[in-house]
Design a protein around this ligand. Structure first.
Ligand SMILES: [Mn+2]
Length: 321
């Protein structure tokens, strides 16, 4: 028996006795890359960011477990999507670059680690696909995109504006990423789309900030009353003045009946509506990267939401180029 038998977690390769429970699989069973120098030739790189920082009213928590649950859910799928006649696993060389190292309770060091890991992926011109974590993780991801001299069109799917100046004194809380990318990272507000905004968990100052700054906002009512195509066409038109699109999805943009492991804000998008929009965006613009955040596995029902996250990724990649 090896000397590390009392370690709480042992990787499969070190185990010398039969297992009842398996270790965490890689996303879609893809190749695991442990060091930056092995990233070459990958064109899509999956990364987990198991970070949960400031928690808001209601104490929804557990999103740090999402990378593990989404990886496990992904093993159910191949890459072939018959309706599209595309095999995502043949189309791309996908790898799993593991999780960002989380420094518990230390946002600054954790964000630096996120920045570095995303920078590694962008350096080899691959597409990072990131599972959070809470929505604050988008801040260091966008920072890495800017440092790479890319000018992204940011497409933010969410029930919430997420643009508060701070929350409980924390400027880097999950309610603040849009404010940080505009005020701190100098993203042009007219290069941001916020889609699916709704409901009484938004502050009046958030609407005022978005309106004042000229951010493109499509509430759930705008989408349903004006049609989804109006929004899609405006996104595609605006993406032409940028280097590509960065898509950030808070799972509460979806109706809780489709994504039970979200914050649970009603009258949201259906999974069909969200995936249809993502397919249109992906086929008509260049995808720089994508994150999916605020998925709370402890609230899930039959892992529906983790499975949906895999579908979101597969259908978007099927249409991206
Ligand atoms: Mn939200």
């Amino acid at each position: 028996m090896s000397s590390n038998k009392f370690r709480p977690y042992t990787t499969l390769s070190e185990v010398k006795y039969p297992l009842i429970y398996l270790d965490i699989p890689s996303f879609l069973g893809s190749r695991v890359v442990k060091v930056k120098s092995d990233l070459g030739k990958c064109d899509v790189v999956f990364i987990g960011v198991p970070w949960e920082g400031e928690i808001t009213w209601g104490s929804w928590s557990g999103c740090q477990l999402a990378p593990m649950h989404v990886r496990r859910a992904s093993l159910r799928y191949g890459g072939f999507i018959p309706e599209l006649n595309v095999d995502v696993l043949s189309k791309y060389k996908i790898c799993d670059y593991g999780d960002v190292c989380i420094d518990l309770g230390n946002q600054e060091r954790t964000f630096n680690n996120i920045f570095k890991k995303i920078s590694d992926v962008l350096e080899v011109n691959a597409i990072p696909i990131v599972i959070g974590g809470d929505h604050s993780i988008t801040i260091p991801i966008v920072k890495a995109i800017i440092k790479k001299n890319l000018n992204p069109l940011i497409i933010h799917f969410d029930a919430h504006y997420d643009n508060l100046p701070s929350y409980r004194g924390n400027r880097y809380a999950r309610c603040c990423p849009i404010r940080r990318v505009v005020d701190d990272l100098n993203i042009d507000p007219s290069n941001i789309f916020q889609i699916g905004i709704r409901g009484p968990r938004n502050a009046k100052i958030s609407k005022e900030y978005a309106d004042d700054m000229g951010i493109h906002v499509y509430t759930i009512w705008d989408l349903r009353e004006q049609g989804f195509n109006k929004c899609i066409n405006e996104i595609i038109e605006n993406s032409k003045k940028c280097d590509g699109v960065y898509i950030t999805i808070c799972m509460d943009v979806l109706d809780p009946s489709y994504a039970p492991a979200s914050a649970g804000d009603p009258i949201g998008l259906t999974s069909y509506e969200l995936i249809s929009m993502l397919m249109e965006i992906a086929s008509n613009s260049k995808l720089i990267g994508m994150d999916i955040v605020e998925l709370y596995p402890p609230l899930d029902v039959r892992e529906i939401t983790s499975h949906l996250a895999v579908w979101i990724i597969l259908y978007t990649l099927a249409k991206a180029s």
